[in-house]
Design a protein around this ligand. Structure first.
Ligand code: NAD
Length: 368
């Protein structure tokens, strides 16, 4: 059932809409498919912040020349175990996928590889790259920093934004099990896209996640979307989350050569990501059977902790996303009314008629 003010769209249909808009915005079909699939899978995983709601921004950034369709990842340097790539403001979902694919091949050959990617446009949900490596049987670690965009997150003890929401991701494959351990998190207490989703739904942000332009606590998601007097997100875990954001900033920003968010680097207003990834072949570290059994035993041990709330059993990282995907595959992906309208408008701007988009989405006239 669709909730009030939202449409529910089957994931295949939503992907067709996304591909149609991206193709009209200038992407070759292969690129449109990769980007659309990434976005819709983020929705499936429950991360609407990194799903199709980004399309209107991408269309605008393409129009402004800040996001460049049909740009592949370019190899800057091959140092054996280290591969360095340039993203040149291409779709991050594409260039990061290509860079990680090269890293997977290298890791298979050497047992370890390190991939850097600089100047990609928004790489989206970082867990996608963890999944890509896990599907190849590899462990992976990823750090990302954000540039081009105004800073969003305050340092611990600060009162204004000086960082992006710098995500960190660690993925451990579990062959033969339902899916990998997939820790994929922003270092802010809440991702900006989730603040946007709450603003679109007219709902407040949970307490102690946001400060206003004067550093005072607020629950108003609107403070993050003002041109002037913008508020800031707070880091997870006080000084510890701030520390994680700082090392993501430096690993991804400095080792990639792309730079950090410090103000001497120009900001044009889109979203540029730099990525630092380490891939490891677990087969080179010991007996795969023993590893598999030990991971199973540890996961079972953690999950057997009696839940503090009987309705909320202990989960492991990656499980909430799998549960969301199972539900959304069955019942469709909920898209709030504001986001759906923005997608339709973005489509119209690049020549995709409203009726055509609605029919691709399987929505009759009036939708819902
Ligand atoms: P989140 O808080 O929903 O989840 C973070 C992690 O916690 C996930 O690995 C999840 O599986 C795990 N988790 C959630 N509930 C759990 C539970 N009850 N028990 C055990 N584990 C649990 O995610 P987030 O921090 O809001 O990040 C959302 C997405 O935003 C991520 O995919 C991230 O890559 C992306 N992101 C991207 C950028 C960018 O610039 N490209 C920036 C920030 C965030």
């Amino acid at each position: 059932m669709a909730g009030h003010g939202e449409v529910r769209i089957p994931f295949g249909a939503l992907q067709r809409v996304a591909e149609a808009v991206l193709t009209r915005a200038g992407s070759e079909p292969g690129e449109a498919r990769v980007v659309a699939e990434h976005l819709v899978r983020a929705n499936l995983a429950g991360h609407d912040s990194h799903g199709v709601g980004m399309i209107p921004y991408y269309v605008r950034f393409v129009g402004e020349g800040l996001l460049r369709p049909n740009t592949p990842a370019r190899l800057l340097a091959d140092e054996g175990s280290i591969l360095r790539f340039e993203g040149a403001r291409g779709y991050g979902q594409r260039v990061a996928r290509e860079a990680i694919a090269a890293g997977i091949e290298r890791c298979r050959a050497l047992g370890v590889s390190v991939v850097t990617l600089r100047h990609a446009h928004h790489v989206g949900r970082v867990g996608t790259y963890g999944e890509q490596a896990a599907e190849a049987g590899l462990v992976s670690l990823h750090w990302v920093n954000v540039q081009d965009h105004p800073p969003l997150m305050a340092p611990f003890r600060g009162s204004d934004a000086r960082f992006g929401t710098n995500p960190v991701c660690v993925t451990i494959p579990r062959p033969g099990r339902e899916g990998p351990i997939l820790l994929d998190m922003a270092t802010s207490r809440i991702a900006l896209g989730k603040v946007r989703v709450l603003m679109n739904k007219g709902e407040p942000v949970p307490p102690e996640h946001l400060i206003d332009h004067q550093g005072r606590p607020t629950r108003d998601p609107g403070v993050m979307f003002r041109q002037e007097r913008r508020g800031a997100l707070l880091p997870i875990g006080e000084h510890k989350g701030y520390g994680l954001a700082l090392v993501a900033e430096l690993l991804a920003g400095v080792l990639s050569g792309g730079g950090t968010i410090q103000p001497a680097i120009p900001r044009k207003g889109a979203i540029v990501n730099n990525l630092f990834s380490v891939l490891l072949d677990p087969g080179r570290f010991g007996d795969p059977e023993w590893m598999r059994a030990e991971i199973d035993a540890m996961v079972a041990y953690a999950k057997a902790s009696p839940p503090a709330d009987p309705d909320e059993p202990v989960l492991v990282a990656g499980e909430p996303e799998r549960l969301a995907a199972a539900e959304r595959k069955r019942h469709g992906i909920p898209v709030d009314a504001v986001t759906w309208e923005e997608i339709l408008e973005a489509g119209e701007r690049v020549g995709l008629g409203r009726g055509e988009a609605e029919s691709l989405a399987g929505l009759g006239s009036g939708g819902g």
